[in-house]
Design a protein around this ligand. Structure first.
Ligand SMILES: *Cc1c(COP(=O)(O)O)cnc(C)c1O
Length: 362
């Protein structure tokens, strides 16, 4: 029997998306955003427990919109971890603000509190808190207290965290605005898409205007603030609604898979796990730190297993090119590997993957 290649991640759909799309097209909808988009937003608000939700074109512009809604502008500084997806700093630089990189904690791979406070200047207006794989930094409370006392906004890049909770409250709700992504590899997908959640009525009002030309309301050509067009479409919302119906089961399954990985890999010499609270967090990608990453990656590929390397230290990428040194990010970026992470992996797949890893290290 030849085994099917196990992708590191893949989106999954079934006949429910197909049927819902078909029904919509037969009903003569206008395709652009309307009632389906509002339904999708209310599903996200109710799932996360947020007062308000607004969906937008993707999980990068969502961050830019969040910054704009907080009044961040040219010359302002926003602190962001060096270890994150490049969309986090780029969303800051798009509006002419400066992304100020800081190192991350070794245990959580999230922003380092001490380094964050050392990096605050009188130009700092916000911090971008990235919940990598659904985790928060250990010193979350201190970060929040510090930002509140200094009047700094907290924008949460929670793109990887839909379904993750912290002390019973959904990730993305600890800051002022939380941002999610529905790109193809995320836990639910609409192909492209992003969402912002907040409990702040003033902020959501601005967000809704910025995404729709700054209009007083849809169809009324009176422009209260400067806005652009970052809207969603009902076609995407139809897929999103069906995906949301599957979120609970995906969250449960991702936690189960994580626990199996943990139990099978925890005693393997050469493999280091990142500690995860599986009660509350369904990690987006299963992340491990390894020796001989390149060889392991090739070996697993030869066994029909896809993996992906961690993000590089962003400060050193040509797009930024800063001569700085962030030892933790540099180390984890060199050692980090994401294992297959789709919620449709079978137990047998996970056992096979772990056996191959053990075979490599023995
Ligand atoms: C996926 C992701 C984004 C970008 O989202 P897009 O929808 O692809 O623009 C931003 N930040 C993080 C941490 C992500 O994982």
């Amino acid at each position: 029997m030849t085994r099917k290649f196990i992708n590191q991640m893949e989106p999954s759909f079934d006949e429910n998306e197909r049927l819902a799309l078909n029904e919509y097209m037969l009903s003569g909808g206008w395709v652009t955003e309307f009632n389906k988009t509002r339904t999708f937003e209310s599903m996200i608000a109710s799932y996360t427990g947020a007062q308000y939700c607004s969906v937008v074109a993707n999980g990068t512009v969502s961050l830019t919109i969040a910054l704009m809604a907080c009044g961040i502008t040219i010359g302002d500084e926003v602190i962001v971890p060096d270890y994150t997806m490049v969309a986090s700093p780029n969303s800051i630089e798009l509006i002419g603000a400066k992304a100020v990189f800081v190192d991350v904690e070794r245990d959580t791979l999230c922003m380092d509190y001490d380094m964050m406070i050392q990096s605050v200047t009188d130009k700092t207006k916000a911090i971008m808190l990235v919940s990598i794989n659904g985790r928060y930094p250990q010193k979350l409370d201190k970060i929040i207290d510090y930002c509140r006392s200094k009047g700094l906004w907290i924008i949460e890049d929670a793109a990887q965290s839909l379904g993750s909770f912290h002390k019973g409250k959904h990730v993305g709700l600890y800051g002022d605005i939380g941002s999610f992504s529905f790109s193809a590899p995320k836990i639910i997908t609409t192909g492209q898409g992003g969402a912002l959640i907040t409990d702040n009525a003033e902020l959501i009002d601005k967000i809704r205007k910025i995404r729709d030309f700054g209009r007083e309301r849809s169809g009324v050509d009176h422009y209260l603030i400067k806005g652009w067009n970052y809207k969603f479409t009902d076609l995407q919302a139809i897929i999103g609604i069906e995906q949301m119906k599957k979120l609970d089961e995906r969250v449960i399954r991702k936690k189960e898979i994580g626990r199996i990985y943990e139990s099978l890999l925890k005693n393997v010499n050469g493999v280091e796990l990142i500690s995860t609270d599986y009660e509350q967090v369904p990690p987006w990608f299963y992340d491990i730190l390894v020796n001989n990453r390149e060889e392991l990656k090739k070996f697993l590929h030869s066994k029909g297993i896809g993996t992906r390397e961690f993000y590089p230290p962003l400060h050193a990428e040509p797009a930024y090119g800063y001569e700085l040194s962030f030892p933790v990010t540099e180390e984890i970026s060199r050692k980090g590997l994401w294992l297959p992470s789709s919620s449709n992996l079978t137990d047998e797949d996970v056992h096979y993957i772990c056996n191959c890893i053990k075979e490599f290290y023995n």
